[in-house]
Design a protein around this ligand. Structure first.
Ligand SMILES: [Zn+2]
Length: 431
């Protein structure tokens, strides 16, 4: 007997959904995403830099995590979960207890000092060093990752989810017996990052960067152009390569300066941490060669990425969120006729709902039929639902579905079969 735990289907009635009317919209925000996400009850607030996501926002985040997880598994990553709490004694070994002093949330229990971890190089290297003597050679290259909440005592928290003190991050760490292997994996993970951002409909630039406090020999930032971004990106109009200041990637001299959001960062760390923690290759099944393992680390700020997609994909001056099609909260919303209208008795929306269930489409019905179709449509648009299917007068009379293609601002009247085909074609273009 095999037991499989599946997640039961979520509530599908709009009237039951927890989508509270926002009370504290940011007075003034240079970012597009923060007011949009709060207004649509995707997030409740980001007060003091600590985000509170509502169910619809958590749906989007869960999908984004799956997308990233699949790509990390594809390159051989194994997911694990480390404690958010870092011990001072461990952080002192890398000297980052002092180097990152200002940015660490520090606290004490009865006898020891700790921090809430902003990143886990220390913890994972300590873990690997404690077991590496018994690891078989076949475990290398060892790629482990987690998608967990991280903490940084950030003075400049701002722009909603773009810069927060608490953030969801995917951090992958790789351990290698030699530099050559580390470089191969480095390129593979960079390629996986480019696939992730492409699937999210983002145009991103991979640029060589400074290693800062991380240390290491080689590293790249992944930047997406947005006016709210805090990095300066130079783009070459000749070959479309991006670079940071003083880090030219091509021979052309003319560059266009743009603001950009950092959405990913890859580091080839070398032995910066493995040496400090004595993580050496030396398993019981081979001749011992006491050299430190070569290490890489790879981060994606997941909550920041979620906000960045809204920042970049939502058209200027739009009141309606545009999501990457792969992570929309729901693929389809159904709007039944208004209560008391002659169309009401028809029940066409129920037929469509059954068909959508059969085709595994993620949908909900805005069953607040005391409201007009127009009002409910606006609500769906605000949330960023790409396809809304309404059963108004004209559609019902002709026994058709009125399909509102929200992102492309088009309307079509189609029968059930063509409606299903429309939905399938729409989303398969982004898979
Ligand atoms: Zn160029």
């Amino acid at each position: 007997m095999v037991f499989i735990t599946t997640i039961r289907h979520a509530i599908q009635q709009r009237s039951r959904m927890f989508l509270p009317t926002p009370i504290h919209l940011p007075r003034e925000s240079r970012s597009k995403s923060q007011p949009l996400l709060q207004d649509a009850a995707i997030i409740h607030s980001v007060e003091h830099g600590f985000p509170q996501l509502l169910p619809t926002g958590f749906r989007v985040l869960t999908k984004l995590k799956s997308l990233i997880r699949n790509e990390m598994n594809n390159v051989g990553g194994q997911e694990l979960c480390l404690s958010a709490v870092g011990r001072k004694t461990i952080w002192e070994i890398s000297d980052r207890w002092n180097l990152m002093h200002e940015e660490l949330f520090k606290f004490k229990d009865h006898d020891e000092e700790y921090c809430l971890s902003p990143t886990h190089e220390e913890a994972i290297t300590k873990l690997v060093s404690s077991v590496c003597k018994s690891l078989p050679r076949s475990n290398y290259p060892l790629l482990v990752y987690q998608i967990t909440w991280k903490y940084r005592n950030e003075r400049n928290y701002r722009h909603g989810l773009l810069r927060t003190k608490e953030f969801l991050m995917k951090d992958l760490y790789s351990f290698h017996r030699d530099e050559e292997c580390a470089r191969v994996v480095y390129d593979q993970v960079c390629d996986a990052y480019e696939r992730i951002f492409k699937k999210l409909e983002l145009n991103c630039f991979k640029v060589p960067a400074d290693s800062g406090l991380m240390g290491g020999s080689l590293n790249h930032e992944f930047l997406a152009v947005s006016p709210v971004g805090e990095d300066t990106l130079l783009v070459c109009p000749e070959c479309n390569r991006g670079s940071l200041k003083n880090k030219a990637q091509c021979e052309h001299t003319q560059k266009i300066e743009q603001r950009a959001i950092e959405i990913g960062h890859c580091f080839l760390l070398g032995d910066r941490y493995t040496k400090a923690f004595n993580a050496i290759e030396g398993s019981s099944d081979i001749a011992v060669d006491k050299k430190p393992l070569v290490m890489g680390c790879y981060g994606i700020g997941v909550t920041r990425l979620m906000a960045a997609t809204v920042e970049i994909l939502t058209p200027k001056d739009s009141d309606d969120i545009h999501w990457p099609r792969r992570i929309v909260p729901y693929q389809v919303a159904i709007l039944p006729p208004k209560k008391g209208s002659p169309e009401e008795a028809n029940g066409n929306e129920k037929t469509l709902g059954r068909l959508l269930n059969l085709s595994n489409t993620e949908w909900f019905v805005d069953d607040r039929t005391e409201l007009t179709i127009g009002y409910r449509l606006k609500d769906c648009q605000k949330m960023g639902i790409p396809i809304v299917i309404a059963f108004g007068k004209r559609a019902t009379k002709q026994n058709l579905c009125e399909i509102i293609d929200v992102y492309n601002n088009r309307t079509e009247y189609l029968d059930y079969e063509d409606t299903l085909k429309f939905i399938q074609d729409y989303y398969s273009a982004f898979c």
